[in-house]
Design a protein around this ligand. Structure first.
Ligand code: COA
Length: 532
């Protein structure tokens, strides 16, 4: 066994300062998560409950196996936008009759559960997760359809929701729709495109056009029940496969549908694993509040992998990137973690080699980000930093083993790409509250703008306004700082959630279990041309 040692001292003043800063950030994060839990607020929640209906999260809780976890995804979607935090939908992964499923549930307390642009992004991300990891997809539907004032942003791209459902089905990934209320107009294609549909007596309303629209279109007088009630769909149209008497009965039937899917995970679940040797609480004291101060990522690895046992690869070469092998909740993982922040040529080549090895061995990769990007400057350009960075990005792009990314500190510039940032399609990407991500650091970005403006003024022979420059720099720095923060980025769906560092091992364990619903097979060759 090669157990990691630790230099963390929980009485050290630096540790205590980092811990205090992390605790303050977590309190801010909790306040934002609480907003998502409130949904449409007290008034609409009371009205919904007064109608004898369950809330979105209550529906999910009843659907899942008792005492099993729910890995909620994108809870901060729409943060910082004009729409409520959470984007009127709850998505996540949970276990139903022993089968890991991707669950989505409209939140009807938020504008009737209508889908705004952020709801759409969140739903599409959920579909992508179901597809990549071959997770059965259960939609708990109750929605006023498109959020009409923002229809221009969702109508055309929104068709992808229905396309995805049928593509999941075509790929042999089961889809189940349980209709709790409205599922009209385009929304009708959710049950329409699902493999299995359950509708509820006197509750489900599934029609292309409601009574007013039908009257306008054809002059026909009609009512909700005859156009789209559960009775009609179960007995007459055949759109409903199962007829439920109430919400609890519908959820019970959904569980029975999943029990009969004959869904088989291609990889057996691993044996229970040894816990890390060190207290995960100490993860709060490792990352400095100022990301310019380096920290040893082995301290993080020691608190998330089984038994704190880590076999480091090339420990003496390219030392600002730590690479090595471990297991996490019994699943083998290859870990790449930034150490001193900057990626040089040696680190890039080491990463490319390590990623190839993981592909040869079918081992998932975990990227722990804390990088300010690839090294710049004459010496490094002449040394081929572009070629070597390209090798790493090539390896990440064409690697076929599942990738998981966690932004723990900085994730700037092309370093974000090389470390499998969002555009490189990691199966899951989470951020710690301490993370920051942008094209570069705020001060550097403001400084670059200032130099460019100064050169432009000089080229025109104009005097440079130093006072205006200082104002511009302060403004830009503040703007970039805000836009680099995890809540802002999570609001835009650039991650799958901001997590408490102490939950990292649990979250990654759930992700690793989820990814093993699809075959884990690395690329044997199939990389692009490595420029040597
Ligand atoms: N777009 C934007 N806002 C919507 C909306 C939609 N599609 N559907 C509902 N809302 C808003 C309502 O205006 C209302 O806002 P307010 O509280 O500020 O007045 C709030 O959501 C709640 O709606 P309400 O009608 O009071 O709730 P309900 O639970 O009684 O009924 C619906 C919910 C969805 C059945 C009903 O609102 C409805 O039929 N909406 C329109 C459905 C539709 O035709 N959608 C177009 C599909 S493409």
């Amino acid at each position: 066994m090669t157990r990691l040692t630790t230099a963390v001292d929980p009485h050290d003043p630096d540790y205590l300062a980092h811990h205090a800063a992390a605790t303050a950030r977590l309190a801010e994060l909790d306040a934002e998560h609480a907003k998502a839990l409130l949904g449409g607020g007290e008034k609409y929640t009371a009205r919904h409950k007064g109608r004898g209906k369950l809330l979105a999260r209550e529906r999910i809780e009843l659907l899942l196996d008792p005492d099993t976890p729910f890995l909620e995804l994108s809870p901060l979607a729409a943060w910082g936008s004009d729409h409520p935090v959470g984007a009127s939908m709850v998505t996540g992964i949970g276990t139903v009759e022993g089968v890991e499923c991707l669950v989505t549930a409209n939140d009807p307390t938020v504008r009737g559960g209508a889908s705004n642009p952020w709801t759409l992004k969140k739903a599409l991300r959920a579909n992508e997760i179901a597809r990549q990891n071959r997770l059965p997809c259960i939609s708990l539907v109750e929605s006023g359809g498109a959020d009409l004032p923002s229809q221009k942003e969702i109508f055309i791209p929104g068709g992808a929701i229905f396309r995805d459902l049928t593509r999941l089905s075509a790929a042999g990934i089961p889809t189940v729709a349980v209709v709790f209320g409205n599922s009209t107009a385009g929304g009708a294609y959710i049950p329409g495109m699902s493999d299995h549909t359950i509708m509820i007596k006197d509750r489900s309303k599934v029609f292309l056009g409601g009574p007013p629209l039908v009257k306008m279109a054809t002059g026909e007088e009609s009512d909700d029940e005859s156009l789209g009630g559960a009775d009609m769909h179960a007995r007459t149209s055949g759109l409903a496969d199962y007829y439920a008497l109430d919400e609890h009965d519908a959820i019970r039937q959904a569980r029975r549908v999943v029990a009969r899917l004959n869904h088989r995970k291609p990889h057996p679940d691993p044996q229970p694993a040894e816990e890390p040797k060190y207290d995960p609480e100490e993860l709060l004291g490792i990352v400095p509040a100022d990301l310019k101060t380096p920290f040893d990522p082995r301290e993080v690895i020691a608190r998330i992998v089984d038994g704190s046992d880590f076999d480091e690869f090339k420990p003496l070469y390219g030392t600002s990137l730590v690479t090595g092998w471990a297991t996490l909740h019994g699943y083998p993982v290859g870990i790449l973690a930034n150490a001193q922040g900057v990626l040089f040529s040696a680190e890039s080549q080491k990463a490319a080699q390590f990623i190839q090895l993981a592909n040869q061995r079918d081992i998932p990769l975990l990227f722990l980000h804390n990088t300010t990007g690839y090294m710049v400057g004459k010496e490094y350009e002449q040394g081929g930093i572009i070629k070597h960075g390209s090798m790493m990005i090539n390896a990440v792009s064409n690697s076929r083993v599942p990738h998981l990314s966690v932004l723990i500190g900085a994730s700037y510039g092309a370093g974000h790409y090389g470390m499998c940032g969002r555009a490189y399609e990691p199966r899951f990407l989470f951020a710690w509250p301490s993370a920051k991500s942008a094209v570069m650091g705020p001060a550097q970005l403001a400084g670059v703008l200032s130099i460019v403006a100064r050169q432009s003024a000089a080229a025109k022979g104009q005097p440079y306004d130093e006072e205006a420059d200082a104002g511009m720099r302060a403004f830009v720095e503040a703007q970039i700082e805000t836009e680099s923060l995890p809540m802002f980025l999570s609001g835009r769906l650039y991650d799958d959630g901001v997590i408490d560092p102490r939950d990292t091992r649990t979250v990654l364990g759930l992700c690793l279990s989820a990814v093993h619903n699809a075959p884990v097979e690395g690329a044997r060759g199939g990389f692009g041309v490595f420029r040597m």
